[in-house]
Design a protein. Structure first.
Length: 285
């Protein structure tokens, strides 16, 4: 079923004693804005968790494969699309109609492509470029976060030389004590109808956002929870109000009684429920 409505959404999630998104340029310490110490979780990180949730919950279901994952080279998947569609392979640049057919096949069979889009121009069998209807901004913490490192010991030694010394080796673990993050996103009905992103896909997206941390627990990430999901639904495909006006309807501030935030209840979430004409606010979580 096609989408007839534009959407925006706001996610609030928190982390306790964990690393929500390590920065390889900083020894995998939690990402922060260098000027403000505001914590950052990238859009790529959030989309990875959504992909993982869909892959686990929709495994084996036609149309819900995941393209961007570490299993096979992407070019082999593009060639597979050509072969399945009965198109001649290794004809790069000679038949644009073949590229469009392969692109449509990819959109139909891979959830993440028809959702987030993809650049599929590599290899001998390119599948074109898809503009995804769903886009997510970087998540940013409400308050500055304090990345820390603690020293841990390891009793299982890796080499015989270490074992002969019978000494534990030392390691480091990076984390922040607590952080509440806010991320904002968009769903374009016009682009959705070009990629085949349907109402059913939209419901799966909401479920994925609500539950993505439940499928992603690890010692490194600590306790991560999706706390709130607010959805703004427009009456039209083009939309009835600018996205920034809607995002400003949700305000999150630390309570005066909390000198240092260490839990979600240390924050106050205020929602202005007076919506512009043609826009409905839905609290999914």
């Amino acid at each position: 079923m096609e989408l007839n409505n534009r959407y925006e959404f706001v996610m609030l999630f928190d982390v306790e004693n964990g690393n929500p998104n390590g920065d390889p340029d900083a020894g995998n310490m939690p990402r922060v804005d260098a000027e403000t110490s505001i914590g950052i979780v990238t859009d790529v990180c959030l989309k990875r968790k959504i992909r993982n949730y869909v892959e686990v919950t929709q495994e084996g279901k036609a149309g819900y494969n995941i393209l961007i994952k570490n299993d096979r080279a992407l070019n082999t998947k593009y060639t597979e699309a050509y072969e399945t569609c009965g198109l001649p392979t290794k004809q790069k640049g000679k038949d644009q109609s073949a590229v469009l057919k392969a692109r449509d096949y990819i959109c139909k069979n891979y959830f993440d492509v028809r959702t987030f889009g993809a650049v599929m121009s590599t290899g001998d069998d390119p599948c074109g470029i898809v503009r995804g209807p769903v886009q997510i901004n970087f998540a940013r913490s409400i308050d500055p976060v304090l990345p820390q490192e603690i020293t841990i010991t390891r009793q299982a030694l890796a080499t015989e030389a270490e074992q002969a010394k019978n000494k534990n080796t030392m390691g480091k673990k990076s984390f922040i004590p607590y952080g509440l993050y806010r991320a904002e996103g968009y769903v374009s009905a016009l682009l959705a109808n070009k990629t085949g992103f349907s109402e059913e896909d939209l419901e799966l997206l909401w479920n994925s956002i609500i539950n993505m941390f439940e499928m992603d627990h690890s010692a490194a990430r600590g306790k991560m929870c999706m706390r709130k999901l607010y959805v703004f639904k427009h009456d039209s495909a083009l939309g009835n109000a600018p996205s920034h006006v809607l995002f400003d309807k949700i305000a999150v501030v630390r309570k005066e009684s909390a000198d240092v935030a260490r839990k979600f209840t240390d924050y106050s979430v205020t929602v202005d429920e007076t919506m512009p004409e043609g826009v409905k606010l839905i609290e999914k979580l």
